[in-house]
Write a protein that binds this ligand. Structure first.
Ligand code: SAM
Length: 271
């Protein structure tokens, strides 16, 4: 785990092996990806109806969720775990548009996220990037850019957006549980995940992910809710991402295939 200055190329960068962050960047129409990522993304797009739409829906709910946390819930510190490569409307942009003093720490396992993130954020004193593995919460918490920067005696917005489904349920549950315990009352947990509501495309996406990116799991809505523990879900609970406090009308009875790949929820730690 590092918070080093920008170095290129990062020592553990392998151009020939796709990564989650870079393949997701392809789905979002980004440019921070290599041939191997594009080949995998095209294969997945060809097999999963609505995959790109689902990635875009995930970004949209991230924006709505962060806006809710910063504006309505008054959260001014965010820890974004599995943050991905910088793209449009990053967490810090949304949070700091609501509150310029909001602090944001990005954590991701992909070394390219560290390189791009630090270059992008060099002039933003309220935002930090850490390269680390969310399966090691103690190591992440020990980072100066995390515990020396965010105040865990005050409420934090903890985000696992579009990343929990890369962890086996038990591991994810243990990791999220550790973070739930570490948070002060008034904190929020914001999660989105690939969901399993019985549609074949959901398990197919999990299979493609697992076979090509080492890990991939589709969670039932009940399993996603279980990750929230005794935190209190805010309305509308755990729902398809397009239905989580949409900006405009959405026909819940006629969701597109892409709108049925992921679910989102936000919950409050009351005590
Ligand atoms: N949170 C962003 C979003 O929702 O738009 C990015 C989601 S992207 C699909 C998942 C991210 O999780 C990738 O950037 C990947 O590198 C990261 N990731 C996967 N496993 C991880 C782990 N064990 N530790 C840290 N990051 C991880």
């Amino acid at each position: 785990m590092t918070d080093d200055p920008v170095r290129w190329p990062p020592p553990d960068l392998d151009f020939n092996k796709p990564t989650i962050a870079r393949a997701y960047d392809v789905l979002l129409g980004g440019k921070d990806n290599f041939e191997a990522d594009r080949v995998l993304a095209q294969y997945a797009i060809a097999n999963i109806p609505g995959l790109q739409e689902s990635a875009l829906e995930n970004r949209k709910v991230l924006v709505r969720g962060v806006r809710f946390l910063a504006e309505e819930a008054g959260i001014d510190q965010f820890l974004d775990l599995g943050s991905g490569l910088p793209t449009q409307e990053n967490t810090h942009e949304v949070a700091q548009a609501c509150n310029p003093d909001a602090k944001v720490v990005y954590v991701d396992i992909d070394p390219l996220v560290g390189v791009h993130g630090r270059a992008l954020l060099a002039n933003n004193a309220n935002t930090k990037v850490v390269v680390g593995d969310v399966r090691e919460p103690d190591a992440i918490m020990a980072e100066d850019a995390v515990s020396g920067f965010l105040d865990f005696d005050r409420p934090v917005g903890l985000m696992f957006v579009g990343m929990l489904h890369y962890l086996d349920f038990e591991i994810a549950h243990g990791v999220v549980g550790k973070w739930r315990d570490a948070l002060a009352p008034g904190s929020y947990l914001f999660m989105t995940s690939l969901v399993d509501t019985g549609l074949p495309a959901q398990q197919e996406l999990a299979r493609i992910t697992k076979e090509n990116l080492e890990e991939g799991y589709a969670r039932t809505p009940e399993q996603i809710e279980e990750h929230f523990g005794d935190f209190e879900l805010v309305e509308p609970g755990v729902v398809y991402t397009a239905l989580w406090r949409p900006d405009g009308p959405v026909d819940a009875e006629n969701l597109s295939p892409g709108e049925q790949l992921g679910m989102a929820g936000i919950a409050l730690k009351k005590r």
